[in-house]
Design a protein around this ligand. Structure first.
Ligand SMILES: [Zn+2]
Length: 458
């Protein structure tokens, strides 16, 4: 008898990209058995009519220990989130790891160390329009190495937020990540919306350092007519043997805070952005379409509120996500209840609904592989991304006919409305979602990365 038996479902074999009618038995925090006959268990879940998949791995999040976005992620089937993205991670990673280990968390967390915070900040390179000097760069490198010793899974960049950062600075840190065999997710710098140089310069960094690079929320960086050319550049770089992957959410309309360089007035002018392309995502003006007066008021008095910027076409999302080197990601962040961007609650169900059920751009096996096995390999999560005996008991049970996102933009609906069609989500052998209801469990662990995993091929 196993602890939890999940019977009568269709199991997605992510290694072979095949589906099989199998019954899954979990023993504590591990997958124990896959059986042709129904299993006896202390708990029995009937997964008839549903797919049983490894838990989804969200490679681009900003949850970083916050409970509410973790709840919204769990309800989407995400069992592991990667935090510390866009150059922004907790100041003391060791302290973060220890606190999370003591408290437990609804889902597993892998963490990157951020180039902007804590590294730039700690060495006094606080002016985002100025480059760091050689001494500061050397100190950042040694701090990044220390963070990777502590278990950071790589170094993240938010170059859009530090327009003054020189490429030598990026290269030095990418080189450190390469030496540790870790990954570099990069939110590229965008001086103007029509600019592909931002992509060229990071591809160059991958070439110089040999680092494994993940270009963050690709469609947010290169939508509005640039996606095809941008993807072509990645194709060519990969053709030369560079290890470059991309991630993308299911939306083209991105969100960030008032006090970033992105929303400096000068940047808005250079890009010819219109006020009506912006909607307030958080705070007392949530849902308000921007106008000039409100913008300058909020930039001054509400710097920590977020804005959503509307651009691009949905087809551009599909163009990105059909690439075999693309993985889905949410870019979820820490927002209060009823606030934010629909990506925080809708990304993964929307991915399944759009990419598989409605547009038929990916098979269910391929879609699940890209949300599980591929990101697990990218981030060195050896016991995740695949349902086999001995693997971690992180699973999601979903109905392909019913899975549907319900979240919407703040001027149109509820950004944090939970999806339907995902009845069970299991983290470390415990149901964090049961009968579609969130359970507020704390079985998620921090994942400290050790050693160089790129010896292996995938
Ligand atoms: Zn970002």
């Amino acid at each position: 008898m196993v602890t939890i038996a999940i019977n009568h479902g269709t199991v997605v074999d992510t290694r072979e990209k095949k589906c099989r009618k199998l019954h899954v038995g979990l023993e504590g925090s591990r997958v124990a058995v896959l059986s042709e006959t129904p299993l006896q268990g202390e708990r029995v879940i009937d997964a008839s009519g549903c797919y049983v998949s490894p838990g989804f791995i969200d490679v681009h999040g900003h949850i970083d220990g916050e409970l509410y976005p973790a709840e919204l992620s769990a309800c989407q089937g995400v069992t592991t989130t990667v935090g510390g993205n866009c150059g922004y991670s907790p100041a003391d990673l060791e302290l973060f790891f220890r606190t999370q280990e003591e408290q437990g968390f609804p889902i597993h967390q892998a963490m990157l160390v951020g180039h902007g915070t804590p590294l730039r900040e700690a060495v006094g390179a606080t002016d985002r329009y100025k480059k760091a000097d050689a001494r500061q760069i050397a100190r950042m490198v040694s701090m990044a190495e220390e963070a990777m010793e502590q278990g950071a899974c790589g170094v993240s960049f938010g170059l859009d937020y530090v327009p003054g950062c020189a490429i030598e600075e990026v290269e030095a840190l990418a080189d450190a990540a390469a030496r540790y065999g870790r990954i570099c997710p990069v939110h590229t710098r965008l001086l103007t919306e029509g600019d592909l140089y931002s992509l060229f310069e990071v591809i160059k960094v991958a070439e110089q350092t040999g680092v494994h690079m993940l270009i963050s929320h690709f469609v947010y960086q290169y939508c509005e007519g640039l996606v095809e050319q941008a993807l072509h550049m990645v194709d060519r770089a990969r053709g030369k043997g560079l290890s470059i992957h991309i991630d993308s959410g299911m939306y083209t309309n991105w969100s960030t805070y008032f006090d970033t360089a992105t929303f400096d007035h000068e940047n808005i002018c250079i890009n010819h952005w219109r006020w009506e392309q912006m909607v307030v995502a958080t705070g007392q003006y949530k849902g308000r379409v921007m106008d000039e007066e409100l913008f300058f008021y909020m930039k001054k008095h509400c710097p920590h509120e977020a804005l959503i910027f509307f651009e691009g076409k949905e087809e551009e999302v599909y163009q990105c996500l059909v690439k075999d080197y693309a993985v889905p990601s949410s870019d979820t962040g820490s927002y209060g209840r009823g606030e934010g961007h629909p990506q925080i609650a809708g990304t993964f169900p929307r991915y399944l609904r759009k990419m598989v059920r409605e547009e038929k751009l990916l098979s269910v096996e391929e879609a699940v592989y890209k949300a599980t096995f591929l990101p697990a390999r990218l981030f060195g999560l050896d016991r995740k991304g695949c349902l086999e005996p001995g693997m971690d008991a992180d699973l999601v049970v979903f109905s392909m006919e019913e899975v549907c996102d319900r979240s919407d933009y703040p001027h149109l609906g509820m950004p944090d409305a939970k999806p339907v069609g995902i009845p069970y989500v299991i983290v470390d052998g415990v149901c964090v979602v049961e009968d579609g209801q969130y359970q507020d469990t704390r079985t998620g662990k921090v994942i400290r990365e050790r050693g160089d995993r790129w010896q292996r091929s995938f």
